[in-house]
Design a protein around this ligand. Structure first.
Ligand SMILES: NC(=O)c1ccc[n+]([C@@H]2O[C@H](COP(=O)([O-])OP(=O)(O)OC[C@H]3O[C@@H](n4cnc5c(N)ncnc54)[C@H](O)[C@@H]3O)[C@@H](O)[C@H]2O)c1
Length: 278
């Protein structure tokens, strides 16, 4: 432990169960000396395991649907009250697509679901930032991080409308990052993480094959949730004060690869029988 977050206060959105990225980040933030509140939807709190994390980290849970502005105001107001002042960091670790869940393909999108995907997975980030900004809830040199995926830049089979949501999420980090940086010295970044087996990750059909592919393609191998938690702590800490408006790839080098020897080895073995290729 480095005490990197000693005395820092934060809000962590999106921990559901011990596999969640937000769960690992909360555990590491606690180890590094931070105090924080936790938030998730009432349904997630009922069916997930957030109470266990709250106990372990001595954190209060504030329920909220992150698409609901009033509920977001409650999370920020209550957090400031509990922690007796402004926060230093906020984590947005939220994503969901009913089109993905219901296996609806991108050329047949249900537009109500599509709007929900964007609202939950991207616009909620804007809402969170707007609420924080209006309440002046984040200290100078505070840090906000949201979790993204490389499907924002490159097309990945079956990632579907979540790709559009991630592109929007990253754009919001830049657009709000300019204003929040200029006016309040608050930094806003997204981390583009390797595919990881979480509840949301498992919702993407074929995630096992994808994880194998990216593992073979990445010179350092996939980044797992523990690696992500470590990286995220550095972004919440004072060691990265001038990093803002960035999409930071945290993927073992995958994003800059074209073909690796390990992937070529597998590709050479199976050139036939691709049912989904057209
Ligand atoms: N797992 C991966 O492969 C992967 C890779 C890159 C980025 N990400 C991103 O990481 C983030 C966290 O996902 P995860 O993989 O830890 O899965 P997860 O299922 O543990 O977390 C997703 C969270 O979003 C919450 N959520 C859904 N709808 C919400 C709403 N309306 N309001 C508030 N919260 C809501 C869920 O309750 C859950 O806690 C997501 O943004 C995801 O897209 C995941």
């Amino acid at each position: 432990m480095y005490n990197l977050l000693k005395g820092k206060k934060g809000i962590i959105f999106g921990a559901l169960d011990p596999l969640s990225m937000a769960w690992k980040i909360a555990e590491r933030a606690h180890e590094e000396g931070a105090i924080f509140t936790l938030s998730n939807t009432p349904v997630a709190i009922r069916f997930g395991e957030l109470n266990e994390l709250a106990k372990k980290c001595n954190a209060e849970i504030i329920p909220a649907d992150a698409t609901n502005l009033e509920e977001l105001y409650t999370v920020f107001r209550r957090s400031l009250e509990i922690m007796d002042g402004k926060v230093d960091f906020v984590l947005h670790s939220i994503g969901m697509s009913l089109n993905v869940r219901k296996k609806i393909t991108y050329d047949d999108l249900d537009y109500n679901y599509y709007a929900k995907t964007l609202d939950i997975s991207a616009i909620s980030f804007h809402k969170m930032l707007q609420v924080a900004y209006k309440l002046d809830a984040i200290k100078e040199w505070g840090s906000v991080v949201a979790l993204s995926y490389i499907a924002a830049q490159r097309t990945l089979f079956r990632y579907n409308d979540m790709a559009d949501a991630k592109a929007m999420l990253e754009s919001i980090a830049r657009s709000f990052g300019y204003i929040y940086g200029r006016e309040k010295k608050v930094r806003i970044n997204t981390i583009s993480q390797s595919p990881t087996l979480t509840t949301a990750g498992k919702g993407v059909r074929g995630i096992d094959a994808l994880i194998d592919f990216t593992e073979r393609m990445s010179p350092l191998g996939n980044a797992d949730a523990d690696d992500l938690a470590n990286y995220c702590i550095t972004l919440f800490s004072d060691l990265t004060k001038k990093v803002t408006m960035q999409n930071l790839f945290h993927d073992g080098g995958f994003s800059n690869m074209g073909m690796s020897a390990k992937a070529m080895h597998v590709y050479n073995k199976s050139l036939e029988n691709c049912e989904d290729c057209n």
